[in-house]
Write a protein that binds this ligand. Structure first.
Ligand SMILES: [Cu+2]
Length: 284
């Protein structure tokens, strides 16, 4: 993580950058004109300034944080800075690389000297917000034609009912307003966060990362998830065994070209009978 670099190394990078370009400008703007070579210095000025901006851009991305802010500030000063600099720096904010939360946690805990859970009365272990979602999907869980269905459809391993892009954040609504059954909904691949239950905040015991959401009778539960990091075909199903077997299960595919469990781990026939779960008491 770039911003975790030791402060001295950061200062050295900034000083090297400043020294290099102060010397360069001294040479081109002071020395060469005195030697009667001002025209040469002037001819290359635009390219030189653009070079400084490109280098600053790279340094800001490398150091992150405050240096990005400095670059953004400079990009807005069209009144005092040449366009070679402002145009080079104007896209700076969009290029900050994402940092894994575990790295942020490590740095924060090192600086605080205590685990985050002790430093704060509440710390969201899954920082996903509804505003990050790129789409929403509705899933209706319903007793249908003597079986259990999702969106009035039954399990078909060949049918993909959703295709989130790899890394997309989506909101999924689990709608169980159709009858007197409850469904613990289990999503493979990724953990999710419960946004709300019947429009109300989730219960205190269900605020952490989940892989099952209880959708009680008549309930609507909204969850949010980031679909990744892997691609491939995954399932969502009710975790009541009778329901998932008849036939409350569906497929979704994340990204394209990922693994397919039907081909990578196909079902095998049972050749040996399984031992009985309970052995009869010995009569010997
Ligand atoms: Cu169910």
């Amino acid at each position: 993580m770039t911003t975790a670099r030791h402060p001295r190394a950061r200062y050295r990078t900034i000083l090297r950058f400043a020294a290099r370009y102060i010397a360069q400008e001294w040479w081109f703007a002071v020395v060469l004109p005195r030697l009667g070579l001002g025209a040469i210095a002037h001819r290359g000025r635009a390219a030189r300034i653009r070079g400084i901006a490109v280098h600053f851009h790279a340094v800001a991305l490398d150091l992150g944080g405050l240096m990005i802010k400095v670059g953004q500030f400079m990009s807005s000063r069209l009144d005092v800075l040449p366009p070679e600099i402002t145009s080079e720096l104007e896209g700076l904010q969009d290029e900050v690389p994402a940092v894994e939360f575990e790295q942020i946690r490590e740095l924060a805990e090192a600086e605080l000297g205590v685990p985050l859970s002790r430093a704060y009365s509440f710390f969201d272990p899954m920082p996903l917000a509804a505003a990050q979602a790129v789409r929403t999907r509705e899933w209706r869980f319903k007793r249908h034609q003597g079986h259990w269905s999702i969106n009035n459809q039954f399990w078909d391993p060949a049918r993909m009912d959703a295709a989130p892009g790899q890394g997309d954040v989506e909101i999924w609504t689990f709608d169980n307003r159709s009858g007197g059954w409850f469904h613990p909904i289990h999503v493979h691949l990724t953990d999710f966060k419960i946004l709300d239950r019947n429009g109300q905040p989730p219960q205190p015991y269900e605020v952490g990362p989940k892989d099952v959401a209880y959708a009680g009778e008549g309930e609507v539960v909204r969850v949010i998830a980031k679909f990744g990091p892997r691609r491939g075909k995954y399932m969502m199903h009710c975790h009541n065994v009778i329901h998932e077997d008849h036939d409350m299960m569906t497929n979704f595919e994340v990204g394209t070209g990922g693994p397919d469990p039907v081909t990578t781990a196909p079902p095998k026939p049972v050749t040996d009978p399984l031992p009985p779960l309970v052995r009869p008491p010995s009569t010997a």
